[in-house]
Design a protein around this ligand. Structure first.
Ligand SMILES: O=C(O)CCC(=O)C(=O)O
Ligand SMILES: [Fe+2]
Length: 422
């Protein structure tokens, strides 16, 4: 139980003096509650314009008199003791205090502590450590294109294994294709392993095994590097981990691994998305310092739903509309709808790129792509399966915090909590 008085709060960083009000933040994010609670007094004769783009707020009047206006409609209400108003859809509004006005305010998500109103009366969305969210998404607002704020290549001067030309092309396009990285024998061993995993019934109950939206066919298996020695060795293989360390400029750990089976006659596509958008919103990865390796375990053909990437799209963050419902991953791993870009943003990325690149090639080839590449793939209506194993590395200097735009973290089989470097 948390027990606290106003006196406990006075003189601490929980007591905030703003130009038009004083606020005593009795509960904040650091208390572990999903809301914050503030005892706030607006000074008589002042007015405060606010627009909580990232929060929902309830305000209950304890004493004094004033008026609140919804600036989106022009409607006004008298504020007096016993009145509650809730700013539930981020309405811009003005609170005018006729006398000193004491109100109790509840915010969700909770305020972190150091927030002050910006020029528009917005509180920024902060991480639990107090850092600003540099890639706000799924805030309920309209989609918007934001510039990338992180480097793409973090280590230009190290010993390799990628050469400067490869680093330059990765930085420009957001991807690299490495043909023939794994031998036919190695591919055969991984393919055998992948089929064995699909046949393990216990994996279904654990949630690691995802079924296609239509039918009873295996779509994906997650955390394969822990389920199988063969894939464990793959994740530790210097042919992947070496370039990952170089691109991310630090030690790396496996953030996620999965096999996407995409069987013939029925493997559904993956709609356009940036993995980073989801990993940021739902897993709390703060920065774009994560890289994926897609290893082809079957030939990837023009006709069996190959991976497609919009070149250069990794330099733009598409903040998505909508809000993340609880347990969203159960739906999104089968068919993602929240966290996908709108048509207009996608159109702009493609227009700027001038093309969409499809990654075809023989089994054993590897596509390396930046976490913020806009990518996807079509359904497989051919008889040929298109099966790829993905290993995702994150920098140990970019460990996850609380999700930026989801009610709770996803399970560790989708977003690792073991940060041991490979
Ligand atoms: O397997 C594919 O074609 C794309 C998969 C993908 O983007 C994902 O699993 O995040
Ligand atoms: Fe993806």
């Amino acid at each position: 139980m948390i027990v606290r008085t106003l006196d406990d709060v006075e003189g601490t960083d929980r007591a905030v003096d703003a130009p038009t009000f004083v606020s005593r933040r009795l509960l904040l994010a650091r208390d572990g509650t999903d809301f914050s609670l503030h005892d706030t007094t607006l000074h008589g004769g002042t007015s405060t314009t606010m627009e909580y783009r990232h929060h929902v707020e309830a305000v209950y009047c304890l004493s004094g008199e004033g008026e609140v206006e919804d600036l989106t409609t022009g409607r006004c209400w008298a504020v007096r003791p016993g009145l509650l108003y809730v700013v539930d859809v981020h309405e811009r509004h003005e609170l005018r205090a006729t006398t000193d006005l004491r109100v109790l305010c509840v915010f969700t998500p909770p305020l972190v502590g150091p927030e002050v109103h910006d020029r528009d009366g917005v509180y920024p969305r902060l991480t639990p450590s107090g850092a600003a969210d540099r890639y706000p998404t799924r805030t309920g607002a309209k989609p918007v294109l934001l510039p990338r704020l992180d480097p793409v290549v973090h280590d230009w001067d190290g010993p390799g294994p990628l050469d400067t030309a490869q680093l330059e092309s990765f930085e420009r396009d957001g991807f690299l294709h490495l043909a023939g990285l794994f031998s036919p024998d190695e591919v055969a061993a991984m393919r055998g392993e992948m089929l064995a995993l699909a046949g393990r019934p216990a994996l279904r109950d654990s949630g690691r095994l995802v079924i296609e939206p239509a039918g009873d066919v295996v779509r994906s298996v997650f955390e394969v590097h822990r389920l199988s020695e063969v894939f464990g060795a793959l994740a530790a293989d210097p042919r992947l981990a070496g370039p990952a360390r170089q691109l991310l400029g630090s030690d790396v750990y496996v953030q996620q691994s999965r096999v996407n089976y995409k069987p013939g006659f029925g493997g559904e596509g993956f709609y356009w998305h940036s993995d980073f958008e989801t990993w940021h919103a739902e897993d709390g990865l703060p920065a774009m310092r994560t890289v994926s390796f897609s290893i082809a375990l079957t030939d990837n053909l023009a006709v069996n739903g190959p991976l497609m990437i919009i070149p250069g799209s990794h330099r733009t963050f598409v903040a998505c509309a909508g809000e993340t419902p609880p347990d969203h991953y159960r739906q999104s791993l089968r068919n993602q709808q929240i966290g996908t870009p709108d048509d207009e943003s996608l159109g702009r990325l493609v227009e700027e790129a001038g093309e969409i690149r499809a990654f075809t090639g023989e089994a054993g080839g590897v596509t390396v792509f930046d976490c913020n590449c806009m990518h996807g793939s079509g359904s497989n209506i051919s008889p040929h399966p298109r099966s790829n194993v993905f290993v995702v590395y994150n920098s140990v200097e970019n460990l996850p915090v609380e999700p930026f735009a989801a009610p709770a973290r996803r399970p560790p089989f989708v977003a690792a909590r073991d940060f041991t470097p490979v």
